[in-house]
Design a protein around this ligand. Sequence first.
Ligand code: F6P
Length: 311
Amino acid sequence: MASISDATQGFVDLRRHMWISGIEVDLRRLIWQIAVTAKYISAKIHESNRKFAGMKNIYGEEQLALDRASDEILQSQLRYSGFVNAYASEELASIITIGKGDGKYFVTADPLDGSSLVDTNLAIGTIIGIHRTPVLEEGRKNMAAALYITYGPLITMVYSAGKGTHEFVLNREGEYVLSQEHIRLKDKGSIYSLGGLRKDWTDRHLRYVEFLEAEGYKLRYSGGFVPDINQILIKKGGIFTYPALKGSATGKLRLIFELQPMAFLFEQAGGSATDGERDILAIKPQSIDQRCPIYIGSRFEVDKAKEFLNS
Ligand code: F6P
């Protein structure tokens, strides 16, 4: 695989990477703008008082002032980009048109995922999907790019525009510097990250988890989707699941805002993602707030999940 960092032998920032990779100009400008927006969101996190806003989002969850501020920052930045047609956010009840609705891309956002962790100072994140056609369509053929930002001890950004999955670190000068190019998952990892309460798991899921435990997998779960997923990707293997639960056949996580962007990034890194039967990227969403079970990670663990769930 062609390595830009080897060819340039040194410092490669996000813009240069996208340019050398041959990503279409409007798409790379949009990705760049979103990456810049993450700096403003990070600044908000720093200045926040971590208080609740006293409002609920469409899922009935309490919205942090920070959630809402992050959404507003993203929305206003996208308005000025000139490339966005419509914007769907986990914080909003419906899809909104941007400008005259004549932009090229359709953007989905979970502006601040894992915000319940803000008070504990664990890592949190932003998840973005960029689509070529309206978002309520099948994911794989529709997605142009996906990215996430991790706000942890460092700010990192992982993106794919269909030419591999790459990680960048925000340096002190405010530049996103390439840290890992063409991330490749191993076929089999050694960590697992399990959402949902054990008492609510189905028997088949429980048997799958017992298989992982017998194989010696180590538990790694913070309760923040972005850092939990990031850990699997950066450690190059393992499995994250938030399964169907006894009282909730669709699990907890949102297909459009959380799962399809991550599935895109994982497929581009040689991993895969399923709801137990279908590839996450093959699912045609029925509504923007659709939830879906997920098994995402390296191929061995995802294939095993399918085996256990369908046996
Ligand atoms: O969707 C929000 C979220 O906080 C995710 O970031 C995370 O993976 C999940 O919910 C955690 O859910 P639970 O609190 O049930 O473990």
